[in-house]
Design a protein around this ligand. Structure first.
Ligand SMILES: Nc1ncnc2c1ncn2[C@@H]1O[C@H](COP(=O)(O)OP(=O)(O)OP(=O)(O)O)[C@@H](O)[C@H]1O
Ligand SMILES: [Mg+2]
Length: 252
């Protein structure tokens, strides 16, 4: 049986980490890769003398910072497309500006941050049908121009729109009961329990939008969603329920 088609979100926290890239490049099934860029954006904004602020794990993006954010994200997308292509998986980087395929409305309290409202999946399928792996940079558009989109939420919107499972690759092995103890991974986490962990602050920082995104993806039609560390063999491990954290709407 052919390997399952997947949306994979690559955390910016992984940078160009070889284990994660190798895992995506070598995966036997179709992939749509969505990437983040938190640390790279932070470093670039700092070089430019901007200060940054997060709200519930999401970067506030004042209009004057949007150009820098988009430059870093789209460069990263091109870098990833090249890196995958070099590893034998021909990839093409696109953002929501291309064919206007990600449309969003602005979440004004966060500046030029967008909530995706429409994904035109035909661009992704056109690339996939020709054998190319789409690499999606999380920039969407509205009537005024570009919007920064949290990459976890972008991956969720894409997975929901095309009805594929989504795996969030990050720098930890899954959702942890004790963030300082990697052996405390939840193999499965139901929504009510996850919400309690967020209220208690056990799930914090960048893990908040990631967990929220997993549930959004499930609600939007993704058959399953998981959070895992990007490393060799992990996609098969996640599919078999042996790696990462599976997020489920109802307790199993
Ligand atoms: N309960 C928890 N379990 C695991 N990680 C947690 C938890 N609470 C907070 N975290 C933090 O969440 C981080 C992952 O989110 P983060 O946003 O930093 O990375 P990313 O989403 O992979 O990258 P990017 O945001 O750049 O795309 C972990 O490195 C960890 O520090
Ligand atoms: Mg993040």
């Amino acid at each position: 049986m052919a390997a399952e088609a997947l949306v994979v979100k690559l955390g910016g926290s992984l940078g160009g980490a070889e284990p994660a890239l190798a895992e995506v490049a070598g995966y036997a099934g179709a992939v749509v890769l969505v990437h983040g860029g938190g640390p790279q954006i932070g470093a670039h904004l700092e070089r430019l003398g901007f200060s940054t602020r997060f709200e519930a794990g999401e970067r506030v993006t004042p209009p004057e910072q949007l150009e820098a954010v988009e430059m870093v994200l789209t460069r990263l997308g091109k870098w990833l497309a090249h890196a995958l292509s070099e590893r034998g998986r021909a990839a093409v980087a696109v953002s929501g500006r291309d064919a206007g395929f990600l449309r969003a409305r602005a979440e004004a309290r966060l500046g030029r941050v967008g909530r995706i409202e429409r994904v035109d999946a035909s661009l992704l399928f056109a690339l996939l049908e020709q054998g190319y792996t789409p690499v999606v940079s999380p920039i969407a558009v509205d009537h005024e121009g570009a919007l920064n989109v949290n990459a976890d939420l972008a991956a969720a919107a894409v997975a929901g729109a095309i009805g594929w499972p989504v795996v969030f690759f990050t720098d930890v092995p899954g959702v942890l009961a004790d963030p300082s103890d990697e052996s405390s991974r939840y193999p499965v986490l139901a929504r009510a329990e996850a919400e309690a962990l967020m209220a208690r602050g056990t799930i914090a920082g960048g893990m908040v939008p990631k967990v929220a995104a997993a549930f959004l993806a499930l609600e939007a039609g993704a058959p399953w969603a998981a959070i895992a560390r990007g490393e060799p063999g992990v996609l098969a491990g996640v599919a078999a329920g042996q790696a990462g954290t599976r997020l489920v709407l109802e307790p199993v």
